[in-house]
Design a binder for this molecule. Structure first.
Ligand code: ZN
Ligand code: ZN
Length: 282
């Protein structure tokens, strides 16, 4: 976690002012209102951030702090994908999103297709639209229920966090014909959950909130350096992130779901500190 050295723009909670994108942002204030033609220290990092999450081609090694037409296009694409006003410049709403804690899974659109899913009768049989990775989802209402095993790695895991993880699995088990059973066999588990920090061996640098792979891989990783909350009533920390919300989101990735453009959806790519987003139906 990198704390900015300069005061943040008014209206932005200081809790957002750290590097959830895995890069050390120079300053929120510095980047605010940058637009095509601007040359501001920190724009090179912004390009790397936008490239990492699909919005522009990977910049060359000697990338500059110039706000060029490629960056403008990427900013427009980002604003469109996140349902923000599409301005093409770094307005307050856009920077607020960029500074917000987000999921490490890319926001690719080409590989996702919108699918309507009928949830089980316990959920009212409501048809809900999700986006899925290619070839997903893996369950249907007509096949026998699938049973998936999960394990939470004891490394860096604090016991008081576990109830929130269990609640997230229970939410999904209510909604779809998939059951989840806890196991202590890490190698054999379908879903391998754990808290890690920094470079932890799968090619993804944590510094973002969390990330997950598809069911074939099954890994679901949460950033050990975040302040995770299981109950906001007893945890007053301003920067606390709701673990149940993020676990529900990442389990969805393991089940094959992609990101949603709806800000209040559990599958939106970011979550604010002290925000709770757990409803699977939207
Ligand atoms: Zn995600
Ligand atoms: Zn990982």
């Amino acid at each position: 976690m990198v704390v900015l050295g300069l005061p943040v723009a008014s209206g932005v909670h200081p809790a957002h002012a750290h590097a959830h994108g895995g890069v050390a942002w120079h300053s929120y204030k510095q980047l605010l209102d940058a637009w095509r033609g601007s040359h501001v220290s920190g724009l090179a990092e912004l390009k790397r951030y936008l490239a990492r999450f699909w919005y522009m081609a990977k910049p060359r090694h000697d990338t500059t702090d110039a706000f060029d037409e490629h960056l403008e296009l990427a900013v427009r694409r980002y604003q469109t994908r996140l349902s923000l006003p599409v301005t093409g410049w770094l307005d307050n709403a856009t920077l607020d999103q960029i500074m917000s804690p987000r999921c490490g899974v890319r926001d690719d659109e080409e590989e996702r297709r919108p699918v309507s899913v009928t949830l089980s009768p316990g959920q009212g049989g409501v048809v809900s639209r999700f986006t899925f990775f290619k070839g997903e989802p893996r369950w249907t209402l007509y096949d026998p229920p699938i049973m998936l095993s999960y394990v939470v790695s004891p490394t860096a895991t604090v016991d008081y966090l576990l109830p929130a993880v269990v609640r997230a699995f229970v939410r999904w088990a209510w909604a779809i014909p998939v059951g989840f059973v806890e196991t202590d066999n890490y190698e054999a588990a379908d879903i391998k959950m754990g808290f890690y920090a920094g470079n932890h061996g799968d090619g993804v640098l944590l510094g973002i909130l969390s990330h997950a792979f598809s069911l074939k891989n099954g890994r679901l990783h949460l950033d050990a350096s975040e302040h995770w909350a299981v109950d906001f009533d007893v945890d007053a920390t301003a920067a606390a992130i709701d673990l149940e919300s993020v676990a529900t989101h990442e389990i969805s990735h393991v089940l094959g779901l992609g990101h949603s453009a709806l800000p209040h959806a559990v599958m939106y790519q970011s979550i604010k500190p002290r925000e709770k987003k757990v409803d699977i139906i939207f």
